[in-house]
Design a protein around this ligand. Sequence first.
Ligand SMILES: NC(=O)c1ccc[n+]([C@@H]2O[C@H](COP(=O)([O-])OP(=O)(O)OC[C@H]3O[C@@H](n4cnc5c(N)ncnc54)[C@H](OP(=O)(O)O)[C@@H]3O)[C@@H](O)[C@H]2O)c1
Length: 275
Amino acid sequence: MANVCVITGGGSGMGLEAAKYMPKDKIIVLSGRTVEKLERAVNQLRDMGYTVYAKACDTSNRESVKQLVQFACELGNVKNVINSAGVSPGMNGTQESILRINALGTVYINQEFSKVMQEGSVIVDVASNSAYLLPSFIIPKKVYPLAETDEAVFLQKLIKRSSLPKDEYKRKGFAYSLSKNFVVWYAKKCAFEYGTKGIRVVSVSPGLIATDMGNLEKEEGGSLIPLTAENRMGKPEELGFVLATVADERNGYLAGVDVLCDGGSTTRMKEFKKK
Ligand SMILES: NC(=O)c1ccc[n+]([C@@H]2O[C@H](COP(=O)([O-])OP(=O)(O)OC[C@H]3O[C@@H](n4cnc5c(N)ncnc54)[C@H](OP(=O)(O)O)[C@@H]3O)[C@@H](O)[C@H]2O)c1
């Protein structure tokens, strides 16, 4: 049976770059909401010699995620899931849609795929270094478990917490940071839950990366650039390589942690503040 690697948000950015580092004997499934984008990405990978399929899926909809899981299972044994789907504050959307896609989307992906994945498989959830930016008193960790038991209250409480700033962009920024802080927490929770079945779960937190999303957020997020060790944004292919290596089965002991790949900006901010 063939091994399958599913990449949500795989039609662009670091998800698509991750596919380019996958071994060619794996079947790649790229997923996202925009079919044309997926088709362009599929053609690019086919030209490179990959066996690759597109499957439209909105990760904020559990039924849609279930259909993605079924599609992938019909192709073979799902060995790697890279959950790179996400939206940012500068895009059209609301605090709620950011939380639904980034936070609840991660719950649906992890829960539904873990039902079919077997020993030796891995889920990589893409978070963000913005998970580390909010002061701890704003982060409602006690609310996080509700994502699995009472979505409505989970959303209501996180929306309330992210409504502290007056400015609309900042509110969405808080919602984004909270959603990604949740992803870091949830990936760790899943690592211990699924670890007993031999499924590894890791989150990766990129800094500002020059994808479509990163370029859109550059004005606000750009203040982090001088805090990086090399004074630059990350390249999509650099993050693609990180995602692919973290997802590689040979990295068997990497679980229950967040891999912070942000050029050092968080470390500088917290430990070596620049004057
Ligand atoms: N670039 C950065 O600076 C940066 C920094 C930290 C973290 N991240 C995170 O890295 C991940 C990848 O982002 P990127 O930088 O590679 O940007 P990107 O090119 O915009 O990729 C995000 C992908 O997610 C897909 N997507 C969005 N909402 C979705 C949904 N509901 N269901 C399924 N797919 C969805 C988008 O396609 P459709 O719109 O067609 O669905 C898009 O292809 C995201 O989770 C992002 O939050 C990025």
